[in-house]
Design a protein around this ligand. Structure first.
Ligand code: AMP
Ligand code: MG
Length: 526
């Protein structure tokens, strides 16, 4: 790989922070260390299935590098590039509301931190690369279906302008992985795969929670100072010499970024599915795409995660509150590093305030209004009630709302968004009434029509990664045809543009997908 040999690595995490002196890969409790060095376990036959051209560009890979055999070997875990220093991070987390102790990267291995030609830092991390000291009783591997989903959704979210980790590559391992997909005691072999994820940092809330839970203040303080220095360097100027002020500004920034991320999810209809604190990025990036899902029919109660089907802790409509709860757990972990809890409380308040502002902004942009008045929030809430009651597709409804004739608004123009014609018939009058109020509001706002439509179309995507679309690409890949992945990625690169010929990707969820595994519900077994 000609260009690749010039990739510049600067592995600050392992250089500056204390690591585990024990080189064994066997599962264990690791104390006094923030990571363990571990090599990816080679796979039988690494083969590049898909890649993101944008991420490859960002890192400085040339087209011929990507096509080379070495690329698949490196990103399948069979070879290292010069400068790579693999490790797995040690972290804990609150899972489903309960402290779970040490978790760590059980199947993720960071290869190194690239500094690209623009001077940006990008950490490269393999997911599914084999056993680590944090694998506990699991196998360190990932299956093709979940890897396709992580690869596609990382990129889809980026193009939707929702903060997220990225994905460089999807490599098939040529090996089988046993998974009990339905938790019915009948595990079956599935094709294995490895995604290379890319982000400035993969540090999670749980990285801070673990040393705090062990009362290791020294380790906690080193991680805080490192994170601020490496990942929040813009905060440092102005706060030199005042560590407490700097830490306060940092926590507040984490809260602000988390608000932006969650507001983005709510705008586009994304449900993370496993918002445990070990799955919350300190950079406010969407991270760890597992049993996530996209709202088809608008339903705040919906969760894609079968493991969460009873409690519905991570349902669509609860995500804002859960993120707040998670920030509370982070704040609690940080207490020993602060002289007073006031800055932590101020940070949490910042989340609440920002989320309020962002929610208003979302309403204004989804409705195509210059600004959000208090009444517009009521208009939005009223619409949410109707959308849920009448089983209406969120994406299609908002996208097509821009084209409803305002002089004679009628729900007929939005027929395509309804899943059940009978519910449309029953609720038509209520929708017409709502549309009349909406049309009056738009007229009062006075934004020129073309401008209004452009504003709406940049907030209301035409194309999202509907669960069944991902599943179709997975089914094709499992049958030996990878092209569905690249085709889908191509459409998802421009989610706000009308793409003639791509109509099939913008349709309601078909009936067959309603109850099919992978399309309407997903397990954590990935
Ligand atoms: P998740 O819910 O996917 O974020 O995973 C929670 C924890 O389980 C993390 O510590 C993961 O690294 C670990 N984990 C999940 N799947 C596996 C696997 N197949 N092998 C090893 N560790 C895993
Ligand atoms: Mg995780």
């Amino acid at each position: 790989m000609a260009t690749v040999t010039t990739l510049r690595f600067d592995n600050a995490f392992v250089r500056e922070l204390p690591g585990d002196p024990n080189p064994d890969p066997w599962p264990r409790q690791v104390h006094g260390a923030l990571y363990s060095r571990v090599m990816p376990t080679p796979v039988a036959a690494p083969r590049l299935i898909a890649h993101s051209a944008e991420v490859a560009d960002l890192l400085g890979f040339a087209a011929e590098d990507i096509r080379s055999e070495e690329f698949a070997r490196v990103f399948g875990g069979n070879a290292l590039l010069e400068g790579m220093e693999p490790y797995s991070a040690n972290y804990g987390g609150h899972q489903f509301g309960h402290w779970a102790g040490q978790l760590g990267d059980g199947r993720a291995i960071t290869l190194g931190e690239v500094i690209n030609s623009a001077g940006e830092r990008w950490e490269l991390q393999l997911k599914g690369a084999g056993l680590t000291p944090y694998s506990r009783t699991a196998d360190g591997r990932a299956v093709l279906r979940s890897s396709v989903r992580e690869f596609l959704c990382s990129e889809a979210m980026h193009h939707l302008r929702v903060p997220t980790t990225r994905a460089l590559s999807l490599v098939g391992t040529g090996e089988r992985v046993m998974r009990d997909m339905f938790y019915d005691g009948r595990p079956a072999p599935e094709p294995g795969a490895i995604v290379c994820r890319v982000a400035p940092s993969f540090i999670r809330f749980g990285n801070f929670e673990l040393p705090a839970s062990r009362r290791d203040a020294a380790l906690l303080n080193s991680l805080i100072d490192f994170t601020i220095r490496r990942d929040f360097s813009e905060l440092v100027s102005g706060a030199e010499g005042d560590a407490q002020r700097l830490r306060a500004a940092w926590f507040e920034e984490v809260c602000a970024r988390t608000a932006v991320m969650v507001a983005g999810w709510m705008r586009v209809g994304f449900v993370h599915g496993v918002m445990n604190t070990d799955n919350m990025s300190i950079l406010g990036l969407t991270i760890d795409y597992g049993p996530y899902g996209w709202i088809d029919n608008f339903d705040p109660e919906w969760t894609p995660n079968t493991t969460d089907a009873m409690g519905r802790r991570y349902r669509f409509g609860a995500q804002e509150q859960v993120a707040y709860w998670n920030l509370g757990r982070l704040a609690q972990a940080l207490v020993p590093a602060f002289d007073s809890v006031d800055p932590l409380q101020a940070g949490l308040q910042r989340y609440v305030d920002d989320l309020t502002t962002l929610t208003r902004g979302t309403a204004a942009s989804k409705f195509g209004l210059r600004e959000c008045e208090d009444g517009d929030l009521e208009l939005m809430q009223g619409l949410h009630v109707l959308l849920a009651r009448a089983e209406v597709d969120m994406t299609i409804f908002f996208r097509n709302l821009a084209d409803v004739p305002l002089d004679a608004p009628t729900v007929e123009a939005l027929r395509e968004a309804f899943y059940d014609p009978e519910k449309l018939r029953v609720e038509a009058a209520a929708f017409d009434e709502w549309l009349a109020r909406y049309a009056a509001r738009v007229r009062r706002d006075g934004m020129p029509g073309a401008e209004r439509r452009a504003r709406m179309n940049s907030a209301n995507p035409r194309y999202v990664l509907r669960n069944y679309l991902a599943q179709q690409a997975i089914d094709r890949a499992a049958a030996g045809d990878d092209s569905g992945i690249a085709e889908l990625l191509e459409v998802l690169r421009r989610p706000y543009d009308e793409q003639p010929g791509a109509e099939a990707y913008a349709q309601r969820r078909p009936d067959w997908a309603r109850h099919r595994a992978g399309c309407s519900m997903l397990s954590c077994s990935s």
